[in-house]
Design a protein around this ligand. Structure first.
Ligand code: NDP
Length: 273
């Protein structure tokens, strides 16, 4: 029997993870058995216990189970601890290792795939939820000139910035504080686009030559990307590369081989029009 892996979420029908992990395994010449599990709500522990009992070696974890996975783990990486959420698990006997690769995947996409270094740049992060939390440490490790976290619930942004203030030049606040500031890279880590909404970011927030990056992927020109384009921003990206890169990080963590993501990104890319 091949090593067993799975993605767990609810709903899970839309998940591209089995396709992606299958492509990674094929490219690496490895055989893995990777399935999608629709975890019943309120039964995360029982579902994962059963998967492990049947030979499960690791899991990708998606909504709404990232906090359950955090609680289930016996050992959590520093970035998983800061994110307070987990998107990948590895099982070794009684030990359950937990990681959060969303932030490193995002940084890898921006710095490597899009060739936009964060070092020395003014970075704006919209949102203070799980994805934003996961991005903080990886962002600060790139040594940006500044990192501003803007959130609708201002207290969450201020608190998040305070948690990592020893790690770099980070501040948090509300959207009103953006009035007189311009940024080289603006990340939309809110979930506004999923409901056809747009965070109230002023057009002046985009510095000349800025990159506007939407974490949501596969939705084409989201309201945030449309706003950026309408203000003259020419460099637009969605989160397809982030998704592929976090998947590659998990694969490498499990199998010890770092897959090439280019084919996967090409297959999943939806034009931003
Ligand atoms: P959370 O639910 O944890 O956080 C949502 C955030 O969005 C909060 O900061 C919330 O603000 C803010 N928000 C929601 N609606 C609005 C609005 N209309 N205007 C302004 N702010 C708003 O979500 P996640 O952090 O887990 O995910 C955020 C996004 O990132 C999702 O769209 C998800 O699809 C995407 N994502 C993409 C990944 C990828 O691989 N490409 C991986 C992970 C996430 P408040 O605190 O005030 O409620």
């Amino acid at each position: 029997m091949h090593d067993r892996y799975a993605v767990i979420g609810n709903p899970i029908g839309h998940s591209k993870s089995p396709q992606i992990q299958g492509l990674f395994a094929k490219a690496a010449g490895l055989e893995i058995d990777y399935t999608a599990i629709e975890g019943p709500l309120g039964a995360f522990v029982a579902t994962v216990d059963a998967f492990r009992a049947n030979g499960g070696r690791g899991m990708n974890v998606t909504a709404p189970f990232k906090l359950d996975a955090f609680a289930y783990a016996t050992e959590r990486s520093e970035r998983a601890q800061l994110a307070g959420a987990v998107n990948a698990l590895k099982f070794e006997g009684e030990r359950v290792f937990a990681e959060n690769f969303d932030g490193v995947g995002l940084v890898r996409d921006v710095v490597h795939n899009l060739a936009r270094p964060l070092a020395g740049k003014r970075v704006l992060l919209l949102g203070a939820g799980g994805a934003a939390r996961g991005a903080l440490l990886p962002f600060l490790q790139q040594q940006p000139a500044s990192l501003f976290i803007a959130n609708r619930s201002i207290d969450k942004a201020v608190k998040l910035a305070a948690e990592v203030k020893g790690q770099g030049p980070v501040t948090g606040g509300g959207y009103a504080a953006l009035a007189d500031q311009a940024f080289d890279i603006v990340f939309n880590a809110t979930s506004a686009s999923l409901r056809g909404e747009v965070p109230p970011v002023p057009y002046t927030a985009f510095a000349p030559g800025a990159l506007a990056y939407e974490l949501v992927y596969g939705k084409g020109l989201t309201p945030f990307l449309r706003l950026a384009r309408n203000t003259g921003v020419q460099h637009l990206a969605d989160g397809v590369g982030m998704f592929a890169e976090q998947a590659a990080e998990a694969f490498a963590w499990w199998k010890g081989v770092r897959p090439d993501t280019r084919d996967v990104i090409r297959q999943l890319t939806v034009p931003l029009v």
